[in-house]
Design a protein around this ligand. Sequence first.
Ligand code: AVJ
Ligand code: FE
Length: 441
Amino acid sequence: MTTEAEVVRRQLETVLTRSRARSEALTDCLDEDELVAQHSKLMSPLIWDLAHIGNQEELWLVRDVGGREPVRRDIDELYDAFKHARSNRPSLPLLAPTEARNYVRTVRDKVWDVLDTSPLRGRRLEHDGFAFAMIAQHEQQHDETMLATHQLRSGPAVLAAPAPPPARVAATGEAVIAAGDFMMGTSTDPWSLDNERPAHRVHVPAFAIDIAPVTNAQYLAFIDDAGYERPELWSERGWAHRQSAELSAPQFWERDAGGRWWRRRFGTMVPLRPEQPVVHVCFFEAEAYARWAGKRLPTEAEWEKAARHDPATGRSRRFPWGDDDPTDALANLGQHHLEPADVGAYPLGASPAGVQQLVGDVWEWTSSGFEAYPGFEAFPYDEYSKVFFGGDYRMLRGGSFGTDPVACRGTFRNWDHPIRRQIFSGFRCARDVSAEYGGRG
Ligand code: AVJ
Ligand code: FE
């Protein structure tokens, strides 16, 4: 007989194994010099991420859940993300690649033993299950960060993946979402992190939202219409940043002598794909494009309502397509491809409102800052979310081609500084619509 605890145990084993395979794939493909090098001031050396993954796993699973003796208490400080800025990490006495690999392996061996011995029932299921789920997501979040480091590094390509699927349907125009309440966030999803909780009712006035993310062709029209030269399209802060950072196109775009646009993608120059969602834009660029298009960015609540609200039942779904886990037919997730798919490639992944590619492909900037939901409780530590509330961040929703399915869902909240664009960030536009789309207040 299979008990519920055994099902959970097998599921946790699957996601932990998958995240480790990915961490290894992202680090085994580079020589030691490249693992300890700083490929960008914005990023840690890849070998820091690897040992930090192991150290968090040691803290939460070996010591906290398992109650075991520390493996390496002496390195806690080195791998505490709050103690050292990313730009300083290369100068720390980090574990060398071989040591780091041995360390994460030792920790993982102990974790298998902890997983075998946790009863995963009742209170222990709630506490231990969450800790394992959090740590699997943590590793995947750093894997996505490491993938962004790969995109920043120069030198010949070392990663490969098949091309994403082609467009299957046209994906233009907007969906109108009628005014009304919906349930935002979750109180029940066992994978949810503290900032996604609790579920709460939110009233959202009627709005329209694009069926698909903004494409390279659309973004190019903004560039060709002098979008980067017209301060009136930018917020004051956005224009100041556009000036000082000398922005003139998304990161990694290059124009050749003949005026054709190319994009550097993990070490390979590829012609710009017109129907692919634009990626590597900062919040300020997204905001300027939206103003140019006569639109605006959606709020976080609008994005989540468009993604999850099922008007037929009044329920909020786990994903746009329903409550089932993502598959390759539903969304571009999990680094199965190394780029976003063209718009219209995932009709089966549409939300009840008919909005496509909300989850996967590119993270989508919203106009909202990072605030706690009413009734928020920090769990299990203040440093995951609480210390970032009210800071200079904008929320991103949905997940990218580099996000693992375990680290995203309709309620998942990501955030970054509005000037950042080394992440796999794009956006879609929204706008107000008149009260004729009202419905119940
Ligand atoms: C949620 C992606 C903003 O990478 O800074 C990793 C996730 N928190 N380690 C980040 C995280 C602690 C976090 N983001
Ligand atoms: Fe971390």
